[in-house]
Ligand binder design. Structure first.
Ligand code: CIZ
Ligand code: SF4
Length: 319
């Protein structure tokens, strides 16, 4: 604990000395989220992280999250220095959607509007017409449907299927998935619901359809946090990364929060409700990145003008 406080003090001082601000995702370690709050940074979802970083006057952004979040910040603020605790923090959705294959998929369907989730590389964004996050995907797809557009969707198949079910949009789907959310198990969730009949089930739409069907609320991270503030239930069963409990506890301190089950029938899961890449964002890495500038995000300057357009479209749409 003393060591933690020491790191926090040193990081706070280094942020100030370098005109830097810490932006953390809801899935990072609670200690990192608390530090971002205490030092005037922000804790949020990927949409608000992007907006905060762009609008903040600091000249260096320290993005505690995964690589696509750092890249998005750099694309929106190419004049700022963007550091990450480690450049090794990536995402299975990003890995599962390599630009060459994605680009030929797009080439095969030139009549479709290309909508990609924020969890993608800069190169994939540069190939897209729209970028969305789970907090605005539904509205943006509805908007495109109203204009009669057919959609090519990538990379998360579960979020894509959920949106297609909700809107009836014509969506051709890339088959990616999140290794954290795909582990939630419907049958175990039914069993857990029976133990806590008064609980509301909160589900992130990167989860499988059978899990989404059991939800009282389906939503992005910010929408699920909001639900813990507004719903009357004494207990919430939560199907998303457990890092989110930090903000849920702040929002609803008197409620019981339970992780949705990840291992059905005694099987073991690979990631058990916590993203292994988000977990790489430790205090020592935040400090060394700041002090040594080792893990700086670079985005090919040729990609930036292309990649910024679908991102700004999203930010304007959700303003
Ligand atoms: O699963 C993720 O990486 C999410 C939910 C990102 C975000 O905040 O949109
Ligand atoms: Fe990617 Fe899933 Fe980790 Fe989010 S939780 S960064 S979608 S692997």
């Amino acid at each position: 604990a003393e060591e933690t406080e020491d790191y926090k003090r040193r990081i706070a001082a280094a942020l100030k000395a370098r005109n830097a601000v810490l932006v953390a995702h809801y899935y990072t370690d609670p200690v990192v989220q608390a530090l971002a709050e205490e030092t005037g940074g922000c804790v949020s979802d990927s949409l608000e992280m992007a907006r905060f970083g762009r609008d903040h006057p600091a000249t260096t952004l320290v993005v505690a999250g995964v690589r696509f979040m750092g890249e998005t910040s750099k694309i929106l603020s190419p004049e700022k220095r963007v550091l990450m605790p480690t450049l090794e923090a990536t995402c299975s959705l990003d890995i599962g959607c390599p630009i060459d294959e994605f680009s030929s998929f797009c080439d095969q369907h030139p009549e479709r509007t290309v909508v990609v989730y924020a969890n993608t590389s800069a190169a994939v964004k540069a190939r897209a017409d729209w970028v969305v996050t789970s907090s605005c995907a539904l509205q943006i797809v509805e908007h495109l449907m109203d204009r009669g557009e057919k959609i090519l969707w990538a990379p998360d198949q579960h979020l894509g299927n959920y949106i297609q079910t909700q809107t009836g949009a014509d969506m051709l789907m890339w088959q990616g998935s999140c290794i954290v959310h795909e582990e939630f198990k419907a049958q175990s969730l039914i069993d857990l619901k029976a133990v806590y009949p008064e609980a509301a089930v909160l589900v992130h739409p990167e989860s499988p359809a059978a899990v989404i069907e059991l939800a009282d609320v389906v939503g992005s991270t910010s929408q699920l946090i909001k639900a813990t503030e507004t719903l009357p239930n004494p207990t919430f069963i939560v199907a998303t990364d457990r890092g989110i409990f930090y903000k849920m506890q702040q929002a609803a301190p008197d409620r019981q929060l339970i992780e949705a089950p990840t291992a059905g029938n005694g099987a073991t899961c690979r990631s058990c409700a916590h993203c292994p890449w988000m977990a790489m964002n430790t205090l020592p890495r935040v400090l060394s990145s700041l002090e040594q500038g080792t893990d700086e995000i670079e985005v090919d300057s040729g990609l930036i003008p292309q990649a910024v357009r679908p991102l700004e479209r999203m930010l304007d749409f959700t303003r």
